[in-house]
Design a binder for this molecule. Structure first.
Ligand code: WT7
Length: 633
């Protein structure tokens, strides 16, 4: 395996970047030719950002799994595709070669087909971090079914909402997931979800060996079907021919309003983008072991644990458990044991392991590491230096990769060892990415040493195409704030050298431990609690989580444990990740005369800046603010 599109020097980065702006079609045609297309595309790109309507490689026919699996199984069948490190340290590591992975994906295709899944079906996947999860994604992609993975920490209600929104007829789950010292009873949670919505079939993978209820006619065991079909003796399941712009997957993510939206990615552009960014940002070299700690339930897991590494024929390490189990040295043990060369994790994990102390690091052999990566939220300089010094031994480049569920893959990042890193800076855009900073009036902010709202002015192959079932929502959310631009929702600085530094969301979206949550979504959950009249949720700085959740709630009930019980309601409605850190019961919320909650004031109070609230004279009832200040949590 070699990567003809891998950038080898700063000079080449500059040349490629310039070319990608001057002649994007030629640039991406050059990259795309290194993949297998069953039929070549007719046009590289057609686009406009008003509707929006973006099409890459139109007319091209492909199957992403052919590029992930068949190609490599033919040339290096015995190369390890996945190393699986179980949650339980007494269980054995598993290695799955490209040839084996292709077989297992094929066998899962047959099982999915026999329960009725076909091209275009939407399949909700709710599993722990086990190889069968990646296999199920790939099996869907191979059959042309659209996968929508729901993170295993989400609630029954969240599953039901996604099943309904995606109009999914199928769920794939497992009996339970092993997470630290706990089992998460995934099948039971799916059963609860299915009290609210219906699906035709639930396919259950036996993993933890927990007893579950199987509803006749609806629930089927994967192994039962596979035995019945005798999948071992069936020929390889042939990849379904997909159009470049056919849907590959839907992934739900939170926005500033209402319910999570289903971000849609398509086959051709996503494939090219994740492969290109994987190979370039991490400067991946054939044979290296790549360890992305993200859960496949998030976009990072989709793009840099499954698709990106497999497209590059890489060895991807999948870890079932959590960084603190059995102790805070677990990630370093894994690096040591498997001689990991590239490690990709989130600032929140770095901060919490840093807080656990160096005792967990000191006896670990981390000399295999060559490249470190971070993703998901701004990294503070202290965490950056700790990561660099103690994990990277002072000699690994750190790639600070900025991107989003919507962008499919990394948009702004240094390239490991090729372009310089800089603490807390994502630095420079990848070829094809044209960032622009706009002020609140939509005027371009030019020059350096400036800040503004981060927008992108030209399409890149991996960008979202729509939000499932509601194209207008996609337009409203991303393309309407600044006409003609994709708006990211992030604030950003451009420093004296022209390097980008992401400062965080400028909309009502929180980033809690690298997980994205909408304040409106949390408020809606709180408001379902009996006795709650109204609520307002804001973020506040949190040492480990980056942001914590602070909820102000008007409650009229007689429960003395109202705060604790409201927190439980939020966990039940969304998942434990959305549970507020602080809940303050208030008599009223600070509102303007037109009835709008002044979140700026609530944020300041949550941050503890109670003496710098600014102008409160436009409030309907300024005395409310004193009451809130005095009872701050
Ligand atoms: C939001 C997207 C990208 C995959 C994981 C999160 C924040 C992401 C960085 C970074 C500063 C970052 C942004 C972005 N973010 N990476 N390197 N530096 N902020 O995906 O859940 O869609 O969240 O995460 O605020 O908008 P997501």
């Amino acid at each position: 395996m070699h990567y003809p599109y891998q950038i080898k020097s700063q000079q080449q980065y500059e040349n490629d970047y310039a070319l990608s702006i001057k002649n994007p079609k030629e640039f991406w045609a050059n990259v795309a030719q290194h993949f297998t297309w069953f039929k070549p595309y007719d046009t590289v790109l057609n686009w406009e950002f008003n509707t929006p309507d973006v099409k890459w490689f139109e007319g091209g026919k492909l199957n992403i799994t052919y590029n992930c699996l068949d190609r490599h199984a033919a040339t290096h069948p015995d190369k390890v595709a996945f190393i699986f490190e179980p949650n339980d340290i007494n269980q054995r590591t598993q290695k799955i070669t490209y040839a084996q992975l292709l077989q297992q994906v094929s066998q899962t295709c047959y099982a999915l087909q026999s329960i009725g899944v076909q091209k275009g079906s939407r399949v909700i996947i709710y599993m722990g971090m086990v190889p069968q999860l990646a296999i199920t994604l790939l099996a869907c992609a191979r059959m042309g079914a659209v996968h929508s993975v729901v993170f295993g920490g989400f609630s029954a209600r969240a599953i039901a909402d996604r099943v309904a929104d995606a109009k999914a007829d199928f769920i794939v789950t497992c009996d339970a997931a092993n997470r630290g010292a706990k089992h998460v009873l995934l099948k039971e949670i799916v059963d609860d979800a299915l009290l609210h919505v219906d699906v035709k079939k639930v396919l259950v993978y036996k993993h933890a060996g927990i007893n579950v209820n199987m509803k006749p006619d609806r629930d089927v065991w994967l192994h039962d079907i596979q035995n019945k079909l005798q999948v071992q003796s069936l020929p390889l399941f042939q990849p379904v021919v997909m159009d470049a712009e056919d849907m590959l997957f839907i992934l739900y993510t939170s926005g500033s309003t209402g319910k999570p939206k289903g971000v849609v990615h398509t086959c051709g552009g996503y494939m090219v983008w994740v492969a290109y960014t994987f190979v370039n940002v991490f400067q991946y070299k054939p044979g290296q072991i790549f360890f992305c700690t993200a859960d496949i339930g998030w976009i990072t897991g989709h793009s840099y644990l499954v698709y990106g590494p497999l497209l590059a024929g890489a060895t991807s390490l999948m870890f079932e458990g959590i960084p603190h189990y059995p102790d805070a040295g677990r990630l370093w043990d894994i690096v040591d044991k498997h001689r990991v060369e590239v490690l990709y994790t989130a600032p929140t994990a770095i901060r919490s392991l840093m807080a656990a102390g160096l005792d967990f690091v000191k006896d670990k052999n981390l000399t295999s590491l060559k490249v470190l990566g971070t993703v998901g939220e701004p990294i503070n300089e202290e965490a950056w230096h700790w990561y660099h010094k103690y994990i990277g031994n002072g000699n690994c480049p750190i790639v600070d990769t900025w991107w989003q569920t919507e962008t499919g893959g990394i948009l702004i990042s240094n390239l490991a060892g090729i372009t310089p890193h800089k603490p807390a800076h994502a630095t420079t855009p990848l070829p094809g990415v044209q960032p622009i900073l706009l002020d609140d009036q939509g005027k371009e902010v030019t020059g350096n040493n400036v800040s503004g709202n981060l927008c992108i002015k030209f399409p890149w192959p991996g960008m979202l195409r729509t939000t499932y079932g509601d194209h207008e929502r996609c337009r409203q959310n991303y393309f309407a704030t600044y006409a003609g631009y994709y708006f990211t929702g992030d604030g950003c600085m451009r420093d004296a050298e022209g390097h980008y530094r992401i400062t965080g969301r400028v909309d009502d979206v929180l980033n809690v431990s690298g997980h994205r949550l909408g304040t409106a979504e949390i408020e809606n959950a709180i408001n379902t609690h009996q006795g709650v009249i109204e609520s307002a949720v804001v973020g506040f700085p949190h040492d480990i989580k980056g942001q914590g959740i602070y909820a102000y709630v008007i409650y009229q009930g007689d429960d003395v444990d109202a705060q604790a019980n409201i927190a439980i309601t939020v966990s039940n409605m969304i998942g434990a990740i959305a549970r507020p850190d602080k809940i303050q019961l208030v008599a009223g919320l600070p509102k303007t005369r037109s009835g709008k909650i002044m979140r700026r004031i609530l944020r300041k109070i949550a941050e503890g800046e109670i003496n710098q609230l600014g102008d409160v004279t436009t409030l309907l009832d300024p005395t409310i603010v004193d009451d809130i200040k005095n009872n701050r949590q």
